[in-house]
Write a new protein. Structure first.
Length: 577
């Protein structure tokens, strides 16, 4: 049994067989061949060896001619490993004696070799992985099996998953996933929460320790991954899964009750969504509306830019499901590195600080207008609100509003119905917006504090960089002061304010946020029942004292410990041990 520690990004526990995806995207399941097929499979393996050997010889000769014998020797080393009698015999025995498929036998043997070399700090490990990929590419006919085409339940283990790959995971078959890299605030983590798939990221390298079909436990609450668990551990986690189900059933009883504190203060609990189907989960869990619809996921994983009708269909579907409850659409919040900008920008060295979000929309008016037209059309179906992301200057806000007004005029002239009075707001997610908020609140109908980016920019931490991700703290005193300042400015101007970052879905932060003066929280739908339970278990005076105490502390670790203790006092069943 081996225990890995990573970053918990989506709660829950999953127990099942693994599907290992390497950097090439190969799926290598533990597949067996029938006894009468063994000889044919051995011949297929031998043909693959000969084909890869021929390819390596051609590469060696070509590279030697172009770059010299020293570089060509790299391929000679690969060829020598491939021709190694012991290696070939070991793989052949797995096929002949254990009836493993050639793909699985190759992966199993070569990964065991790579692991030994890694433990000895020998550079040959990379050569062995390259050799494995060459053989697998030949055996699989250079085909890559898509994650979206699964037929049986698995836990996906990968070096990394992009947001678009995660978005296309089939929830019927993917019970959980683990990646070697990643951070809590990344888009992949956000999508995982939306899909409600237990997930752990940033574990460090481990893929050479596992093979497809191995049993694994993903603890999305504690950020643990347990490879080849023993029976006692399996039994303990199965009991935990049952406790999760029991708690969910008890929390479901609160679905139709208001999120009102014990002393009568009303709290609005809204949901965050990425995909239209999540709106149903928000309704089922008693959310009062959608506080953040991340519309950029219409773009990810698509070969073509979505049309206005594509936008409208997705937006109107959500509005109809919400049946009169408010739906806040955030305009595109992607970087130029994620979509085709028609040559607007070269590859960026730091896309987080580059052409992204509202900046990208303002630089690409046709893209922006298409999205705004669809949102305005959807406003004729229900309570729609539009929110601009990453607003940094008044000029940006005014320019965005001017384009919106222009689109309204176009729709008016065309006789297309929409709500001309729909509320327009902005995200507060950069320090500049907090500093200038007394000016911004005069020009918007509402604000929403986006803590994911606010934390990143305030603390100068790239949340997707595993080397500094540990410095990303939503309870850092500097961050809390910014949140408190934004709430105070909005309250004084009588402008509605909500918080829609991951912090809002963290149960230990609920009392703190209520105590700071927030009365609208927007969180993943899966977190709504827990947040409602806390709201109904506390008084506003208690929350204010919690906030006052937390704000007097000078480091995130002390604040986190205090908030966990307070949560355990009011709702011990929500504290993960």
């Amino acid at each position: 049994m081996q225990i890995l520690q990573g970053i918990a990004v989506s709660p829950g526990v999953a127990i099942g067989e693994t599907m290992v995806i390497d950097n090439e995207g190969f799926r290598i399941p533990r597949r067996f061949v029938t006894r009468d097929a063994v000889e044919d499979e051995l011949e297929r393996f031998e043909r693959a060896v000969e084909a890869v050997a021929a390819e390596m010889e051609r590469s060696r000769d070509s590279i030697t001619q172009k770059l010299g014998a020293q570089i060509g020797a790299i391929f000679s080393a690969h060829l020598q490993m491939l021709r190694d009698d012991r290696l070939q015999v070991e793989i052949a025995e797995m096929i002949r004696e254990r009836h493993y498929s050639p793909e699985y036998a190759v992966s199993r043997v070569l990964r065991s070799y790579a692991k030994v070399f890694e433990e000895l700090n020998m550079h040959n490990a990379h050569d062995i992985i390259d050799l494995e990929k060459s053989l697998l590419r030949n055996l699989l006919g250079r085909r890559r099996e898509e994650l979206s085409h699964l037929a049986s339940p698995v836990i996906v283990l990968a070096h990394n998953l992009t947001p678009s790959e995660t978005a296309h995971l089939d929830r019927r078959f993917v019970m959980g996933f683990v990646t070697e890299v990643g951070a809590a605030g990344g888009h992949t983590a956000i999508v995982a929460k939306g899909l409600e798939i237990p997930a752990v990221v940033g574990t460090g390298r481990f893929l050479t320790d596992v093979s497809g079909g191995d049993l694994v436990i993903v603890d999305g609450d504690q950020g643990r991954v347990i490879l080849q668990p023993d029976e006692e551990t399996i039994a303990r986690y199965r009991h935990e899964v049952e406790e999760h189900r029991s708690l969910a059933a008890r929390l479901d009883e609160l679905r139709d009750l208001p999120a009102k504190t014990a002393d009568g203060a009303s709290v609005q609990l809204w949901g965050n969504i990425e995909f239209p189907h999540e709106a149903t989960a928000c309704v089922d869990r008693g959310a009062d509306g959608i506080g953040l619809y991340r519309t950029e996921f219409l773009y990810l994983g698509e070969d073509e830019e979505p049309t206005e009708q594509h936008h409208f269909d997705a937006y109107s579907e959500v509005v109809k499901v919400m049946k009169g409850r408010p739906v806040v659409f955030r305009t595109l919040d992607l970087g130029a590195d994620k979509i085709d900008t028609g040559g607007l920008v070269d590859e960026e060295k730091n896309p987080f600080l580059g052409l992204r979000s509202i900046r990208l929309s303002l630089r690409n008016p046709p893209l922006f207008r298409t999205q705004l037209r669809a949102m305005l059309r959807a406003s004729s179906v229900g309570d729609v609100r539009i929110m601009f992301p990453m607003i940094t200057t008044l000029q940006e806000l005014r320019q965005a509003k001017m384009i919106l007004a222009d689109v309204m005029e176009d729709l008016d002239e065309a006789g297309v119905p929409f709500n001309r009075e729909l509320p327009v707001g902005m995200m507060v997610e950069v320090p500049a917006a907090v500093t200038m908020l007394d000016h911004f609140v005069k020009e918007v109908d509402f604000i929403s504090i986006g803590t994911n980016d606010l934390i990143q920019f305030a603390l100068a931490v790239d949340r997707s960089n595993p080397d500094v991700a540990h410095l990303y703290h939503h309870t850092d005193p500097a961050v809390l002061r910014m949140i408190a300042a934004a709430i105070d400015v909005a309250r004084e101007a009588e402008v509605p304010v909500s918080l829609c970052g991951q912090m809002s879905g963290n149960a230990s932060c609920t009392m703190l946020l209520l105590g700071l003066g927030l009365h609208t929280l927007s969180a993943p739908s899966s977190a709504v029942p827990e947040i409602k339970k806390i709201c109904r278990s506390v008084t506003l005076d208690h929350c204010k004292s919690v906030a006052q105490r937390a704000m007097s502390m000078d480091n995130a670790r002390e604040i986190d410990k205090y908030l966990q203790e307070e949560l355990k006092r009011v709702a011990p069943e929500l504290v993960v041990s």
